[in-house]
Design a protein around this ligand. Structure first.
Ligand code: ADP
Ligand code: 5GP
Length: 187
């Protein structure tokens, strides 16, 4: 069986984290990559579990030392995936999932053309806004920045391999399973 890298992107608040949580519960043999970020932790988020939380100078040092497979600035913060972490997982023969923004996804595809890019879409822009606001994790200024990014992300998603609409959660998880199983068996 072929070991692969799956990249999941989608506008902030679309439900990427929720869909992935459901997927990973049923498919525990997949590794979810832990990214680095300069964003401040949300209540309940833990360093080394949700993200590796870095100061901006630490993040920039990693850029200079070419430690990232990909990195991007998103809505005022930096996010990146460490090369070392991904290589270790692939060497251990694990399928790996990256949950990153569309700028990062396109960088990964350039470096690793075998990566499978999956974009999670909202049923409508209004639903996206309702979900993002309903999460109560961002202030108004951040919500506005993220909603603006959502329009740009939708444009970049045109070059993705698959699109999944997250309307009914169970249906979205099932669709993700179908896509990944198909790719997994395509050696
Ligand atoms: P993302 O990781 O894409 O930023 P989250 O997974 O945090 O988004 O989801 C944003 C909000 O939308 C959360 O409050 C979550 O419970 C809710 N949500 C996710 N998927 C659905 C769905 N299919 N139907 C209704 N609400 C959803
Ligand atoms: P959040 O702040 O809501 O956790 O994430 C904001 C955005 O950053 C989301 O679109 C998320 O997918 C993206 N993101 C998380 N980690 C990475 C990463 O390592 N690289 C890139 N390019 N984007 C990331």
């Amino acid at each position: 069986m072929n070991k692969k890298l799956y990249v999941i992107s989608g506008s902030s608040g679309v439900g990427k984290g929720t869909v992935l949580k459901g997927f990973l519960k049923r498919n525990p043999d997949f590794m979810l990559s832990i990214s680095c970020t300069t964003r401040k932790p949300r209540p309940g988020e833990q360093d080394g579990i949700n993200y590796f939380f870095l100061a901006e100078n630490e993040f920039k040092e990693c850029i200079e030392k070419d430690k990232f497979l990909e990195w991007a600035e998103f809505a005022g913060n930096f996010y990146g995936t460490k090369k070392k972490y991904i290589n270790e997982c692939l060497e251990q023969g694990k399928d790996i999932i990256l949950e990153i923004d569309t700028q990062g996804a396109l960088q990964v595809k350039k470096r690793m053309p075998e990566a499978v890019l999956i974009f999670i879409c909202p049923p409508s822009y209004e639903t996206l806004e309702t979900r993002l606001r309903g999460r109560h994790t961002e202030d108004e200024d951040t919500i506005k920045k993220r909603l603006l990014e959502a329009k740009i992300e939708l444009e970049r998603a045109k070059s993705f391999d698959y699109k999944i609409v997250n309307d009914n959660l169970e249906k979205a998880i099932l669709e993700l399973e179908t896509v990944i199983n198909k790719e997994r068996n395509n050696a």
